[in-house]
Design a protein around this ligand. Sequence first.
Ligand code: DAK
Length: 257
Amino acid sequence: MAYECIIAEKKGKVGLIKLNRPDALNALNSMLIDELAQALDKFEANDKIGCIVVTGSEKAFAAGADIKEMQAKTYMEAYKEDFLKRWERITHCRIPVIAAVSGYALGGGCELARMCDFIIASSSAVFGQPEINLGVMPGAGGTQRLARSIGKAKTMDMCLTGRNMDAEEAERAGLVSRVVKEGNLVDEALKAGDKIASLSRPATMMAKEAVNVAFETSLAEGVRFERRMFHSMFATDDQKEGMSAFAEKRSANFKNS
Ligand code: DAK
């Protein structure tokens, strides 16, 4: 399917989504967010796809929600149309999603990257929540998800001063899982995606679900949930295959069942 604001393509077992509004530094307008949701729906429904990579351009992952689109909105318009309602679609994706970030990831761009399961950044990546400079505040999880990644001090610093963080600081702070050379970003993210997609799809889905429970519940409840999930894996063919393959010194051939 042809999109206007994104490019979506299959790379083997990985779904690659490129945000594509170069003239606006990939500012996230409603059309882009809708198209992103549609592409996620399609990849998720395809059981041959085991992982999704979301990326932008070298200059910008995304410079935020589209300021020009929202500038003149009234409260009633925003409320009635439930403005920006599809933003969280990515957080409901059950298969793993990697953000591959180069250049600016600001405002909603930083929040969108953080909604993915993990972030691989190029050395040129810049993260920030500059909404305060516009007379507003983060609205897509910046004050909440960011605080869970990098703690109160850095979240307050970013949200209150609007200062940006470079890739090195973002990795040190725990926002980013790894930093790679500029130019290698998409290849490295696809390599990580390929590895995930070569594994048992139910196992990666369950591992993702269990990690996410850590952010919603107490430690005791989370550990109990993890143990029950682990028990349920003995009902899968992939557990039998993975463990037999290890014992027989061969590679596993997972069937996603
Ligand atoms: N929106 C619209 N257009 C943008 C944009 C944005 N966020 N960022 C850049 N552009 C456009 C510029 O207007 C310019 O367009 P033309 O003038 O050429 O037509 C073009 O992209 C190139 O930008 P610059 O000329 O400014 O490029 P520079 O290299 O000089 O500067 C920059 C790059 C990233 C430092 C600068 O563009 C910048 O400061 N951009 C704005 C960054 C920002 O403030 N972002 C936060 C936006 S507010 C919610 C969901 C999401 C949100 C809230 C609620 N819910 C679910 C409730 C999110 C809010 C935000 O993200």
